[in-house]
Write a protein that binds this ligand. Structure first.
Ligand code: GDP
Length: 298
């Protein structure tokens, strides 16, 4: 997904290689090229502006002018600023002191929530946890069945609505799942919620109601990295309407420019916790800002 960005930045740094002392014009030219590369990768305009301002300030300072190898120093600065934009430190699930830890997934329909629920459960299981998947998406006719299939692939149990558990009421289902986890000693509950094709009031209200009912330890906003600047807009709408603790980027295996999704951490101020890059259970990783920055810088 970030091949073009990678290539453009590599070309920019190649121009610097071998240069001794850098003039202000060299730094301006480099900053300009980085700016174009980021904008072409669809990184949010505000984020690009801040990024370039920080880089220029640092590049014109003593860090670079007194460096033995100024061009290496610039790459180091770009790397550090990129890590910062991507959220700084790695952040994953914070487990509740008293189990179960409740994780709620929110996002638009098609964002990849159900698939992600399975991947997350699969990962948690590999980390020694016993997760329970909860089908609180009762909007889409096939959603419950899809989550059951995903649970089977992940090798975990799925709590799906049955008569008496509040069929047709996702809030009841979510609430009942916590009792189920207490009874059967699941230590993590992952609640899959319904999405809509676009942001709307009913969707937000339902997600907010589920959140109020189960008081999750972590609400994760799941977003398709291929939808461009809409990723940032949707992230803002969910931040305002539901509120969440972290972001999961999906479909990073796509060929669209993914810069907008990378801007979410900075624009919304919430960490990107996980990245999903395919339909297989293992196409999933904890998001490490440092590793992503290194990948982008090649
Ligand atoms: P939901 O509506 O948010 O629950 O989204 P789904 O989990 O049903 O995913 C929507 C579609 O995207 C499905 O066809 C998934 O197989 C696909 N999908 C989900 N995650 C990824 C991913 O990381 N990469 C790719 N290529 N496809 C994905």
């Amino acid at each position: 997904m970030f091949d073009t960005l990678q290539d453009r930045l590599a070309a920019t740094f190649k121009n610097l290689r071998g240069k001794g002392k850098l003039t202000e014009a060299d730094i301006d030219a480099t900053a300009r090229e980085i700016r174009i590369a980021l904008l072409e990768a669809d990184v949010n305009l505000g984020v690009v502006k801040e990024f370039i301002k920080n880089i220029k300030e640092r590049c014109l300072g003593a860090e670079v002018s007194e460096a033995l190898n100024p061009s290496q120093q610039i790459i180091k600065i770009v790397n550090e600023e990129l890590v910062d934009i991507l959220g700084g430190d790695t952040r994953t699930i914070r487990f509740a002191k008293k189990p179960p830890t409740v994780i709620m997934l929110a996002g638009l329909q098609g964002a990849g929530k159900t698939t992600l629920a399975g991947k997350l459960a699969h990962w948690l299981k590999s980390e020694g946890h016993s997760p329970l998947l909860v089908a609180a998406d009762l909007q889409r006719p096939n959603a419950v069945n899809q989550l059951q299939v995903v649970a089977g692939r992940a090798g975990v149990h799925c709590f799906a609505p049955e008569p008496g558990n509040g069929v047709g009421d996702p809030v009841q289902v979510a609430r009942a799942s916590i009792d189920e986890a207490d009874r059967r000693l699941y230590d993590v509950v992952i609640v899959d919620t319904a999405g809509r094709l676009g942001v709307d009031e009913v969707l937000m209200q339902q997600a907010a109601d589920i959140k109020a009912a189960v008081t999750p330890d972590e609400v994760l906003f799941v977003v398709d990295a291929m939808i461009g600047q809409d990723a940032v807009n949707t992230a803002q709408a969910f931040a305002d309407g539901v509120g969440y603790d972290g972001v999961v980027l999906t479909k990073l295996d796509g060929d669209a420019r993914g810069g907008a999704a990378l801007s979410i951490a900075r624009v919304i101020g919430k960490p990107i916790m996980f990245a999903s890059s395919g339909e297989g259970m293992k196409d999933f990783d904890v998001f490490h800002p440092e590793r992503m920055a290194s990948r982008i810088l090649g």
